[in-house]
Design a binder for this molecule. Structure first.
Ligand code: SAM
Length: 239
């Protein structure tokens, strides 16, 4: 049975999937540039074959940033409309399904075990697993990264992009600006470096852990209001 949180996420992201890229265009462009600029920092040998799991992939903005450098990209998302958007973009890039495709699934929720198809070898032995702008939507980040980490090859990299924890109590969480339905999709407002060190360690993906704060804020405009997201990148290897 899907949890309430999973159901809220599925419903919300199904609703916004077709306008997601357009609504967040400015921010997603900056995020793409930041990922490409830190490609070497992720710590994968991009000259060899690189198999990527883009977990909670959405429309595939992160996969598209890394597609020129990766051998195979698999997206997984809880929203079928997001999966459809991802696959439409992959098709538009001219990628065949063997190189880049997404599938509906939930691999990180205690209440809904992954579908049997995720037991297939195709869904293991990743060089890098990315969780972009999605850990704050998950009930138990340690459980989520533990489950995902088990799908990495030994020494493979878990790469998380998410919101920095807020420094000032009065600082507004942008999800509140976006409305009550959006608030129901989140569990965490952000993570500190200290939070992440503990989560990565408990999940067994803390080899050569590193964390950077992005200097440039990522601008989004929920309901026309300008919001500057402060993001971090964190990475660790399966030990
Ligand atoms: C803010 S979007 C980020 C999408 C994409 N990673 C990006 O950076 O644009 C959050 C995504 O997480 C997905 N999601 C939320 N909870 C999930 C879960 N438990 N498992 C898989 N996907 C989930 C949502 O459907 C949505 O596509």
């Amino acid at each position: 049975m899907a949890s309430d949180l999973a159901a809220h996420n599925r419903a919300h992201f199904n609703q916004v999937a077709s306008t997601y890229d357009k609504d967040l265009e400015e921010g997603l462009m900056s995020l793409t540039k930041a990922i490409i600029a830190r490609r070497d920092w992720i710590g994968v040998d991009w000259n060899g074959p690189v198999k990527v799991l883009d977990y909670a992939c959405g429309t595939g903005i992160i996969s598209r940033a890394l597609a020129p450098y990766a051998t195979e990209l698999i997206g997984v998302d809880i929203s079928e409309e997001m999966v459809a958007q991802y696959n439409a973009h992959a098709g538009a890039l001219g990628s065949d399904a063997a190189k880049m495709s997404a599938i509906l699934g939930n691999l990180t929720d205690r209440d809904s075990p992954p579908l049997e198809q995720f037991a297939d070898a195709r869904y293991f032995n990743f060089d890098v697993i990315i969780v972009g702008m999605a850990l704050h939507h998950m009930d138990d980040p340690t459980y989520a990264l533990t489950r995902l980490g088990q799908r990495l090859k030994k020494g493979g990299v878990l790469f998380v992009i998410d919101n920095q924890s807020r420094h000032y109590p009065g600082e507004e969480d942008f999800h509140r600006l976006a409305g009550a339905d959006v608030v129901k999709t989140v569990r965490h407002t952000g993570f500190t470096e200290g939070d992440l060190r503990v989560i990565f360690e408990e999940a067994g993906v803390n080899g050569n852990f590193d964390h950077v704060l992005l200097e440039e804020p990522i601008v989004i405009r929920p309901r026309g209001m300008k919001v500057e997201l402060k993001l971090f990148f964190a990475r660790g290897e399966r030990v």
